[in-house]
Design a protein around this ligand. Structure first.
Ligand code: SF4
Length: 477
């Protein structure tokens, strides 16, 4: 996976800074609570939600088990429809392929549909180095790009910005990227949307190359699917002469029939809509002179750590993710820390299990991500493909602990000592009596740099006046 965000401090350090930003916390609280309430209502409308959730889980699991077969089927179908398939093992290879393809068209600018995969590999930066300007056309991505910022949410990348901040960004930055913002722009949503529409129209009409991701790829026909709310994706997918789609290999579904499930669960889970406003599907190239759509189509299939993730029996369920972002909107940790603290394009609960699997756990930030959770389980409850995120978090914590490190050595020694005491009931009983007798002398906080961390943010539980086993003997035997 790309090192774009590496070099970030560990999650606790980054989150500590973020929670001190009261504007950020207010923006996040307002946005996540609004979306989560709407989602709950949209989901409650369907009597068969639990069945749809189970069906989505099973389709994804089946596909992942036979991923090799379906990928080959997809390649054959895309090729038969006039497309060209490229295989990219990692971010560098994918960036090299896309850069070469754009250069071969002779163009020096591209328009982009919002795409997590291209953010994951740092494509915009790679294109910029090669002298190619990449223009984001999703409204929230545009705000992030103009603000020289980073996305902080899967679905609403500018969730950390309020209307006033967006107005300022548009007024100050649009002119440097193309059509400037209208004079006297206010922060009303309609005016902001109109400013973005005018700014982007110019780019849509000029661009010869479009770059997209895809929500799904249908193996049986070689069809790619993008679902979106604004219509900017459809413009990018139909106007340019060349379309390059960069898609993670796990985004495949075997048949059109399978889409039925996800086209119900994805919009309700993400934007709380019964169906998404724009569903664009394309298969290979458009040959007829009068037809809409690109004359050249390239599909870059991205691995970038996915086959390693697939090899992990517990962790592989993260590859079921359909990027709806429902888990972010209910997460108490995300709500307070914001997306940037996760140091990846995948923030929140899914980011805490996906990034350390795609990138490995050798960096400070990746080793800390499995701990960026209260393990409350709210993310699992809302996930439309039933990814047991808490299970994967605990599994990854075990992996990180096995890597060693000062904190983990102390923790292991403490657990080993506790194991010995629990194996020796006589010693445990004696210890409990001593502890009960001396309870008035116990400190509220543990001493020392290691153990002290446990009680920096929580009090030690109070010791009872007598051990339970003594109480039981007196009262029940
Ligand atoms: S893990 Fe589940 S809830 Fe979270 S983004 Fe993925 S599909 Fe949605």
């Amino acid at each position: 996976m790309s090192g774009t965000y590496l070099g970030m401090p560990s999650f606790p350090k980054a989150a500590h800074e973020a929670v001190g930003n009261t504007t950020l916390r207010a923006n996040l609280k307002h946005a996540t609570h609004t979306i989560r309430d709407k989602r709950a209502k949209a989901v409650a409308e369907l009597d068969d939600w639990a069945l749809l959730r189970e069906a989505g889980k099973q389709i994804k699991d089946h596909t992942l088990r036979h991923l090799d077969t379906y990928l080959v089927q997809l390649e054959e179908a895309v090729t038969a429809a006039g497309g060209v398939v490229h295989w990219a093992a990692d971010a560098d290879e994918a960036n090299r392929i896309v850069t070469r393809l754009v250069k071969e068209t002779g163009e020096s600018e591209v328009v982009k549909v919002k795409s997590m995969a291209t953010q994951e590999i740092g494509l915009n930066e790679a294109l910029e180095e090669a002298g190619i300007a990449a223009y984001e056309t999703d409204l929230a991505e545009l705000i992030v790009q103009l603000g020289h910022d980073r996305p902080s949410h899967i679905l609403v990348p500018a969730i950390h910005r309020n209307r006033g901040e967006i107005r300022d960004i548009f007024a100050q930055e649009m002119g440097a990227w193309g059509r400037p913002a209208p004079e006297g722009l206010t922060d009303t949503p309609a005016e902001l949307a109109e400013a973005a529409r005018l700014h982007l129209r110019e780019k849509f009409l000029r661009a010869k190359v479009g770059i997209s991701g895809a929500n799904f790829m249908v193996a049986e026909t070689g069809t790619l699917v993008v679902v979106e709310s604004e219509g900017n994706g459809r413009m990018c997918l139909t106007l340019p002469e060349t379309l390059i789609s960069v898609v993670g290999i796990e985004k495949i579904v075997p048949t059109w029939r399978d889409l039925e499930v996800f086209l119900q669960t994805l919009p309700r889970s993400s934007t709380a809509e019964r169906m998404n406003p724009y569903t664009s599907m394309w298969t290979g190239t458009s040959d007829a002179e009068t037809a809409d759509g690109p004359r050249a189509f390239h599909l870059v299939l991205l691995d970038n750590g996915r086959t390693d993730t697939l090899a992990d029996e517990v962790g592989r369920q993260a590859l079921r993710c359909i990027r709806c972002s429902a888990c972010l909107n209910v997460c108490p940790v995300y709500e307070r820390a914001g997306g940037h603290a996760y140091g990846s394009v995948y923030p929140g609960p899914i980011g805490a299990i996906l990034s350390p699997q795609l990138r490995g756990t050798t960096s400070e930030i990746d080793a800390s991500l499995p701990y960026a959770s209260s393990l409350c389980g709210a993310c699992y409850e809302v996930c439309p493909v039933a990814i047991d995120i808490p299970e994967v978090l605990v599994h990854l914590r075990e992996k990180v602990a096995d890597q060693g490190g000062k904190g983990h050595r102390l923790e292991k020694a403490a657990v080993k000592a506790a194991g010995w005491v629990l194996d020796h009931p006589g010693a445990l009983a004696a210890g409990e009596r001593v502890a009960a007798k001396t309870r008035k002398l116990h400190p509220k906080k543990l001493p020392g740099p290691g153990a002290g961390q446990w009680t920096n943010s929580r009090d030690l539980p109070e010791m009872p006046a007598e051990p339970f086993r003594d109480w039981w003997k007196k009262n029940r035997t």
